[in-house]
Design a binder for this molecule. Structure first.
Ligand code: FES
Ligand SMILES: [Fe+2]
Length: 385
């Protein structure tokens, strides 16, 4: 295993220390209840539409890690949320998000699922040219638009922030989107994890034939790990002790090996990182898991009541320096993206969708190890009312 990546200058946030202390002391809140969730929440088109309206079109969502567009003077397109987006990092390194539509007659400006380097974007139709800060720079035969103020014809901007190493945006441009948690306590945690300085090793978009919440459910309980993942990662996760709290609608948790934190100075961040895996459920549809030496980010983009695109990102401390490091990360990527998520977790979500769609059961049952799922569904309910 590679060395953990945090230099000594980083320190954990108080919240990260508190979760570790709860793991060590066994004082994490225990929920010994059982509960149920109606099957209809995964099946109803009306319900899906309400979630889109009240959550995905209203709240800021994570688009991806800033590391997906690391270099100044680059742009890329993003279409997963149903709005054509342009992510652009200008010459000074500032990242902003715009609609990928020319102000002249609406033409899609570029197709670039991978970052493309260019000082200007030129519309393919009549060659209006835009700089990477969204300003309209050039109009051929400008005299044919008498009186037009180029200063008012820049690309339409989408509210966004880049904070803690993540790009958050509100693609449907709701009035006054609230970025205070992404820029505040969440960014503090992710900065402590060094997310903004990590290297994007790989990313891949999966098309999963299930409701987005069935995928989220798989990341909100550890009950399945020793079963579903028995042939992949189960052996790495024995004897875990967990703790968790919330940051507004977002959920934060920690898992440590039983006894692993005995005698550990909880302010010793490198020591803590070797033992504790922190996970964040970023409402509504993103999961971030910070393992000791890499980070997985999973962005859920619902396409329909029973179809979800999931973009899986793997971030590592630095670009692989040699073949040995490359081979190490290639193996991790194949295991996690190919097997654990791509085959096992998403496969379970698809199998669950099929079973629920058959009408076999009217509700799902959650045991005490699965109450994170109940809390997530309660947060969804609250967002819909
Ligand atoms: S539509 Fe873009 S320049 Fe005409
Ligand atoms: Fe899993």
């Amino acid at each position: 295993m590679n060395a953990p990546f945090q230099p000594a200058r980083r320190t954990p946030t108080d919240a990260q220390i508190a979760l570790a202390a709860q793991c060590r002391d066994g004082t994490g809140a225990r929920d010994l209840n059982r509960s149920t969730v109606p099957a209809s929440v995964y099946l109803s088109p009306e319900r899906f539409e309400a979630e889109q309206a009240k959550m995905f079109r209203t709240l800021p969502v994570v688009i991806g890690p800033g590391a997906m567009l690391p270099d100044p003077g680059t742009a890329m397109t993003h279409d997963g949320f149903g709005v054509p987006l342009l992510l652009m990092r200008d010459a000074r390194g500032a990242l902003r998000v715009f609609l990928n539509a020319c102000r002249h007659r609406g033409t899609r400006l570029i197709d670039a699922p991978e970052p493309t380097k260019s000082p200007v974007l030129i519309c393919p139709y009549h060659a209006w040219a835009y700089s990477l800060d969204g300003r309209l720079k050039g109009v051929p035969r400008a005299e044919t638009f008498p009186g037009m103020d180029k200063g008012e014809m820049g690309l339409v901007e989408v509210p966004s922030v880049e904070a803690g190493g993540l790009i958050w945006a509100a693609p449907f441009r709701p009035a006054d989107p609230d970025f205070s948690l992404p820029e505040g306590p969440l960014a503090a945690d992710f900065d402590a994890l060094g997310l903004g300085e990590m290297h994007l090793y790989n990313r891949r978009t999966h098309k999963v034939r299930s409701n987005w919440k069935l995928i989220m459910d798989a990341f909100l309980e550890s009950y399945h790990v020793q079963r579903l993942h028995q042939n992949s990662i189960a052996r790495f996760f024995e004897d875990g002790v967990t703790s968790g709290d919330t940051v507004g609608p977002h959920m934060r948790s920690a898992v440590a090996r039983v006894g692993g934190l005995e005698g550990v100075d909880l302010s010793d961040w490198p020591a803590l990182r070797r033992i504790v895996t922190y996970a964040y459920q970023l409402f509504p549809g993103t999961v971030l898991v910070a393992s000791p030496d890499y980070v997985n980010l999973m962005v859920l983009m619902p396409q329909g009541v029973d179809e979800t695109m999931v973009e899986d990102f793997m971030l590592i401390p630095e670009p692989p320096r040699d073949e040995k490091a490359e081979a190490h990360w290639a193996k991790s990527w194949a295991l996690l993206d190919g097997m654990v998520f791509g085959t096992e977790d998403f496969g379970a979500a698809e199998a669950g969708q099929k079973g629920l769609a058959s009408g076999a059961i009217s509700e799902i049952h959650l045991g005490s190890l699965e109450q994170g799922i109940r809390r997530f569904h309660e947060t969804v309910e609250a967002a819909l009312t």
